[in-house]
Design a protein around this ligand. Structure first.
Ligand code: BGC
Length: 479
């Protein structure tokens, strides 16, 4: 039985992008300034010092991009709606009809090509004016603005969009959206100074969970009956394995899983409606949910999105050890370099399909086999290959190994009864990789950023995925 035929007929094989990473055209449609426009204008902040205006021009080239998606044959396309392109100052004060029309056009084109849209409402970029007023997700007013934005999206796109994701990587976003934290990724402009710095990620997570739940309930109450869509949330997924069988390492490994993965989904997916017990023990300041809030949050998702790139080997802290990141310090654990291949060279990505298999079984057992959509998985071009010829870049064998290894892990998980409903390859094309600028390229299609047309060319991995999907569709008579 070949690999593509191991996936059930209704399984979704997708690829993805995010608005800020591909769109460009920051002044079109009356779009407002976003946090990432600000971050990119900070001198020396983006690792490759790329021009703050450089982009794939996805806003202008969307017709070509949908044609590319159709050529690859994906069943679904995950993209995000830029909050600033619809509401330039983040609030309902000004609604940009041109921005709305743009996303409707994409959805209509996708529909004409038989591709299901999967829409993320928040993928790391917030309208700058509200960020400035109130410290991102620490500010409850911003949460209300986001709820209104989500409601507007349901009104304007709900006839065409049947799968919604409220937050991309709520766990990562909570860690790094409010203040720059030493040792963590930075997803926020370098301001404002927050006094209770060490509490900020947990307060942000609390606010975002409540916001997600309110959006979910609003959809159930006002839109579900007529639109009949699904609402999910995406969590960054890293599996953790203990460095040894010692009870101390096993405990540390469980705490790491709580801090890195469980804390933003356990309140939604378990009866407790609360953060993991280990967090309650260690963090006296952790915000408390009222009984009413717990009721609101519990069960507020139709599926769990998981982005998966790596796993970790975890150990207990040695006496007197002070790890660099706040998460390790708060939860008292540390990472050991793992057994996994650095498939792209010296980067943070690891080839750990067994970790994905482990994580899927963990979710099956811990979270009542909630439907799981893998909303991202992929790897970058080989690093250290500067000066490589075009042909060598396109011949991305390591990425084909990465993708097929993870698809095999998903097939194995399906055999073990895990409720996986879809797989998404990150990403359709080389694009703006946040702090790394354009120096790190995750695309299955290459973008020639020097050409005026930003020409897209399928890498071999895109062709592999195309063949894979064709075989899957043929097997199920979907062609
Ligand atoms: C994010 C993407 C990002 C990818 C690779 C994920 O955390 O959702 O926006 O490009 O990782 O770093």
């Amino acid at each position: 039985m070949s690999l593509p035929t191991k996936f059930p007929k209704n399984f979704q094989l997708a690829t993805a992008t995010a608005a800020y990473q591909i769109e460009g055209a920051k002044n079109l449609d009356g779009r407002g300034f976003s946090t990432w426009d600000s971050i990119r204008s900070e001198n020396g902040r983006i690792h490759d010092n790329s021009d703050p205006d450089l982009s794939c021009e996805g806003r202008l080239k969307y017709k070509e991009d949908v044609a590319l998606l159709s050529k690859i044959g994906v069943t679904s396309y995950r993209f995000s709606i830029s909050w600033s392109r619809i509401l330039p100052d983040g609030t309902l004060k000004t609604i940009n009809e041109d921005g709305i029309q743009f996303y409707r056009d994409i959805c209509l084109l996708l529909r004409d090509n038989g591709i299901e849209p999967i829409v993320t409402l928040f993928h790391f970029d917030m309208p700058l004016s509200i960020y400035d007023n109130g410290t991102s997700w620490l500010n409850k007013e911003n949460c209300e603005h986001f709820e209104k934005f989500a409601d507007l999206c349901f009104q304007k796109f709900g006839d065409l969009v049947k799968t919604w994701i409220t937050f991309n990587e709520i766990n990562m976003q909570a860690w790094s959206s409010v203040v720059k934290i030493e040792g963590e990724l930075w997803l926020c402009p370098d301001r404002p100074e927050i006094e209770n710095h060490e509490q900020a990620p947990y307060i942000a997570a609390t606010n975002m969970l409540l916001t997600h739940a309110k959006i979910y309930r609003n959809y159930q109450k006002n839109y579900k009956e007529t639109q009949n869509g699904l609402i999910g949330i995406t969590n960054g997924g890293r599996f953790c394995l203990p460095a040894s069988d010692s009870p101390a390492d096993l405990d540390a490994c469980n705490r790491a899983l709580d801090w890195l993965f469980n804390y933003t989904i356990e309140p939604i997916l378990t009866d407790s409606g609360d953060f993991p017990a280990s967090m309650r023990e260690k963090l006296p300041f952790l915000p408390k949910f009222s009984e009413e809030e717990k009721k609101l949050i519990k069960g507020s998702t139709d599926f769990l999105g998981i982005n998966y790139y790596l796993s970790h080997i975890v150990r207990n802290l040695n006496d007197g050890e002070e790890p660099a990141s706040q998460s390790e310090r708060d939860a008292a654990y540390a990472f050991n370099e793992g057994k996994w291949e650095k498939i792209c060279g010296e980067t943070w990505v690891r080839y750990a399909p067994d970790g994905l298999f482990g994580l899927l079984k963990y979710v099956r057992d811990k979270y009542n086999n909630i439907p799981v959509f893998i909303t991202e998985n992929g790897c970058m071009d080989l690093v250290g290959g500067e000066g490589r010829k075009e042909e060598e870049i396109l011949d991305d064998k390591h990425r084909i190994k990465f993708i097929s290894g993870h698809l095999e892990a998903v097939a194995k998980a399906l055999e073990e009864g895990c409720n996986v409903i879809g797989y998404t390859l990150w990403t359709l094309m080389d694009n703006f990789e946040w702090d790394d600028g354009f120096g790190v390229k995750f695309g299955i299609c290459r973008v020639d950023f020097d050409s005026p047309d930003k020409t897209r060319t399928m890498k071999y991995s895109a062709k592999y995925y195309q063949t894979f999907i064709r075989e899957f569709k043929k097997h199920h008579n979907l062609l």
